[in-house]
Design a protein around this ligand. Structure first.
Ligand code: PRT
Ligand code: ZN
Length: 211
């Protein structure tokens, strides 16, 4: 019996996910272009996936657990348990507008066009604030949308803020704070739950040692 974990194949969370497992004393041979591997000293099978697909795999129980940004979990609206925040991949999902936009509050987004890769979260945010706006879903390079006349505002992930700055934008609202989380399938078998507890115990020890 093995615990199946999904982690990002490549991208911002990949290295830290592998590092966390290593710090937990779990050795995995992470061959290039491999889709699947096994740990040599823990009953763990590792799937390498696009981050966007991870919540679905966990909801379906194809993976028992996974490491993914909380922003992705919330956007995909999949039924998964968030078991632990992992302390890396920290960022915020923020509204940003051109520097020249005289922004005084969320009401100023009324009747604007907002470009984002997070239409679900943005829609919820706007509804919560009784703002009506047009959401334009685009999958990448969101920050260039105002410059090319596609949108009046954007909602995108921000960490240092330099991407916004370089594109003449300013951050005006934090919609969500996010970091990598450990998510789990809702209906784990007792054996898988035990393995998860064992892994979680190690993760918490690693986190404590860092504080
Ligand atoms: O290929 P795959 O689909 O798996 O990866 P991806 O390209 O969709 O995701 P990836 O690797 O870019 O990000 C994975 C996760 O990292 C995100 O879902 C977040 O949870 C987290 N994360 C943390 C970030 C950032 N920080 C971040 N800064 N994800 C993206 N960014 C981008 C942002 O979209 C913008 O383009 O970085 C730019 C802004 O960075 P700053 O530093 O200039 O503000
Ligand atoms: Zn992705």
């Amino acid at each position: 019996m093995k615990l199946k974990i999904a982690i990002q194949k490549s991208g911002r969370l990949h290295d830290d996910s592998i590092k966390l497992l290593k710090e937990c004393g779990i050795d995995i041979n992470n061959g290039v272009n491999k889709l699947k591997t096994e740990a040599s000293n823990f009953p763990l099978e590792v799937f390498f996936l696009r981050d966007d697909d991870i919540p679905q795999y966990i909801e379906d129980g194809v993976a028992d657990i996974g490491i993914v940004g909380e922003n992705v979990v919330l956007e995909k609206k999949k039924q998964v348990n968030i078991v632990e925040k992992l302390g890396f991949g920290k960022c915020r999902l923020s509204m940003a507008v051109p520097k020249s936009f005289e922004y005084n509050g969320v009401q100023d987004l009324q009747n604007t066009r907002i470009a984002t890769s997070y239409p679900v979260i943005v829609d919820e945010f706007l509804k919560r604030h009784n703002v009506t706006a047009e959401i334009h879903e685009i999958s990448g390079s969101v920050e260039i949308a105002p410059g090319i006349g596609l949108a009046d505002a954007i909602c995108d992930l921000v960490s240092s803020g330099s991407t916004l700055f370089m594109n003449g934008l300013k951050e005006v609202e934090t919609v969500l704070k996010s970091e990598a989380v450990l998510a789990a399938y809702h209906h784990l078998q007792p054996e898988q739950s035990k393995l998860l507890d064992k892994l979680l115990f190690r993760i918490q020890a690693v986190k404590k040692a860092k504080n």
